[in-house]
Write a new protein. Structure first.
Length: 306
């Protein structure tokens, strides 16, 4: 009797632990940001009144697409993940999850996401979603082993979520879809450079072709962060210049962009752990801040007009 009582909690703990391992495969923090970005894109496609339910539904299907990309990425990188301290405990490296099961899981997620987008929205967004999975898994992931261009290539599928959300609801790619794609594309570089600098030793041990892991790479991460931070400020002003956003967004995006750029400049002046982590934290705060100003802008204009 006592033995069976002990066995039940142990089985429950094992089940919870295994569920957590499967959760690692979908990278929940990245998936959450993808869903948020796609949701904002979908809301903007709905016009000033927005279509909350449709935007949320689209974002959830796009979340399946992003989760699939993460699973396939970890399948293809399980050997290099095993050489890096921060990834060596991932379930495909430790063997807690079998590769064939992960392939089935990733395929299932991709099918759910793309079929859901096709059935409930339109074929264009489904094809773009499928293209995003293929670009991330079959182009960006293997390119990390052969060329430093992987960062630029990887930023393309990385910038897709809000464009997908917009396309799902609007049925086409217009205005805010392109603005958000451009903003996310530029935003990724300072963000990634901070991560790549912090983990440069890991990347070097894994043999991945990251700028920060190459001989003589001192200063590269900081310079790259500043260059793209400089691009990000005018890119984020395009909606204002082209008449698609007002002062609330304009002021908010400018302040956030300059703050992000200041963190990048500080990191470039002295590449150290503290400044790299500060840049990373600022990058994480930037996107929700910009999204908040985007959504607040039309509300304020409606209130002032009324």
């Amino acid at each position: 009797m006592n033995r069976s009582r002990r066995a039940a909690p142990e089985a429950s703990v094992a089940s919870t632990s295994l569920a957590a391992e499967w959760l690692v495969l979908v990278r929940p923090r990245i998936a959450t940001m993808v869903v948020l970005s796609a949701f904002v894109g979908g809301l903007l496609a709905g016009g000033s009144t927005g279509r909350l339910g449709r935007a949320l539904e689209a974002a959830l299907w796009i979340g399946f697409v992003a989760a699939s990309s993460s699973v396939f990425n970890q399948i293809l990188e399980r050997d290099t993940d095993g050489r890096m301290e921060r990834t060596r405990r991932r379930p495909l490296v430790t063997g807690r999850i079998r590769v064939r099961d992960a392939i089935f899981f990733g395929t299932l997620l991709a099918a759910i996401g793309t079929i859901g987008l096709a059935r409930h929205f339109n074929l264009l967004v489904a094809l773009l979603g499928l293209g995003t999975i293929l670009a991330y898994a079959l182009v960006y992931t293997p390119l990390k082993r052969v060329s430093t261009l992987n960062t630029v290539v990887g930023a393309l599928p990385g910038a897709m979520p809000p464009l997908l959300g917009y396309t799902a609801v609007a049925g086409g790619v217009h205005g805010w879809a392109w603005y958000l794609f451009a903003i996310l594309f530029a935003w990724q570089f300072p963000h990634f450079m901070s991560i790549a600098w912090i983990h440069r030793g890991d990347y070097a041990r894994a043999g991945l072709k990251m700028l920060t892991a190459l001989p003589g790479s001192a200063g590269v991460a900081g310079r790259q962060a500043v260059v793209y931070g400089l691009f990000l400020v005018p890119l984020s002003m395009l909606p204002v210049l082209l008449g698609d956003a007002g002062a609330v967004y304009g002021v908010g995006a400018l302040v956030l962009g300059l703050g992000y750029l200041a963190a990048a400049v500080a990191f470039a002046v002295r590449e150290d752990e503290r400044r790299a982590r500060t840049l990373l934290l600022v990058s994480i705060a930037y996107l929700p801040g910009v999204f908040a100003t985007i959504l607040a802008d039309p509300v304020v204009r409606i209130v002032l007009a009324g």
